[in-house]
Write a protein that binds this ligand. Structure first.
Ligand SMILES: NC(=O)c1ccc[n+]([C@@H]2O[C@H](COP(=O)([O-])OP(=O)(O)OC[C@H]3O[C@@H](n4cnc5c(N)ncnc54)[C@H](OP(=O)(O)O)[C@@H]3O)[C@@H](O)[C@H]2O)c1
Length: 260
């Protein structure tokens, strides 16, 4: 299937590790120009190396996107270089393991910080992207949510932040004055994804045998997902072929969630 991504410019927030990096590399494989932005220089350098090895046209920008001034700078850098943006992937998020299991022992600021990292950051990028997408009558805005943006579970601050992201994308998908310019809004909701040096990998390292048993018992496929499996779905949603997909929240979870 020809996805027609060769003349497109994309920003994947984060994009230097885990799901975001897999998305950036998968878009580059389709010939798309890709910008990534994150905080850790070594991750940025490694991602640059991988994008360069693919012969990709790319931008790698050092930024903390919880800061509005960094978001503005990331966007300005892209527009100065490329003059437009076709695809925005709101990937920065998380906070599923922030705070304590016990909500009474968790500081109130955690609720706000997780909300801001997931929701406020996405809103700021979306507001900057829409005028360019409207001008060119084409755009794809995709937010990486979670199964906990679709059903109850996990820590409550994460659950409400991811649910808010899902609602945001569906709400914007209904805005006739935007979507009739060829702009679509969708969310991709991963289940448990195995990523080196993050949550599930740390659990596995603590007790590999118990972890294997836990996974076999609790996940329909008997394994966790990979970032590349999420990226494949995002790349399709970002393509011209997905023009009728608007307002969807697509589970990529191997059947883990309980929603229909
Ligand atoms: N992993 C899972 O099982 C899973 C499941 C469901 C949903 N998700 C969602 O998928 C998304 C990606 O998660 P992931 O697991 O792939 O995370 P990850 O492996 O920790 O990677 C996060 C990426 O975002 C960057 N980043 C984090 N905070 C940032 C900030 N303030 N400013 C700029 N860049 C920042 C990181 O780089 P730096 O740290 O260097 O900045 C990195 O490139 C999140 O929205 C998460 O909630 C993940």
């Amino acid at each position: 299937m020809e996805l027609n991504l060769k003349d497109k410019y994309a920003l994947v927030t984060g994009g230097t590790h885990g799901i975001g990096k897999a998305i950036a590399l998968a878009l580059a494989d389709e010939g798309c120009s890709v910008a990534v932005c994150s905080r850790t220089s070594s991750r940025i350098a490694e991602t640059e190396r991988e994008l360069k090895a693919k012969g990709a046209n790319y931008l790698a920008i050092h930024a903390d996107v919880t800061l509005k001034k960094d978001i503005d700078r990331v966007f300005k850098t892209i527009i100065n270089k490329w003059d437009t943006l076709h695809i925005l992937v709101n990937n920065v998020g998380g906070g599923g393991r922030w705070g304590e299991e016990d909500i009474e022992a968790t500081d109130e600021r955690v609720w706000q910080e997780v909300y801001d990292k997931n929701v406020t950051t996405a809103i700021r990028f979306i507001k900057l992207a829409i005028p360019y997408m409207r001008r060119q009558k084409w755009g794809r805005i995709i937010t990486i949510t979670s199964i906990y943006g679709r059903e109850a579970g996990g820590r409550p601050w994460f659950n409400i932040a991811k649910t808010a992201q899902t609602a945001l994308m569906k709400n914007l998908a209904l805005k006739k004055d935007i979507v009739r310019y060829g702009i679509t809004f969708n969310s991709v909701a991963p289940g448990s994804i195995m990523i080196p040096d993050t949550g599930w990998d740390k659990e596995r390292k603590k007790n590999p045998i118990a972890f294997k048993r836990f996974v076999r018992q609790n996940f329909p496929l008997g394994r966790l997902g990979t970032p590349e499996e999420v990226a494949s779905v995002v790349v399709f949603i970002a393509s011209e072929k997905a023009s009728l997909v608007n307002g969807a929240s697509i589970l990529v979870d191997g059947g883990e969630s309980k929603v229909f």
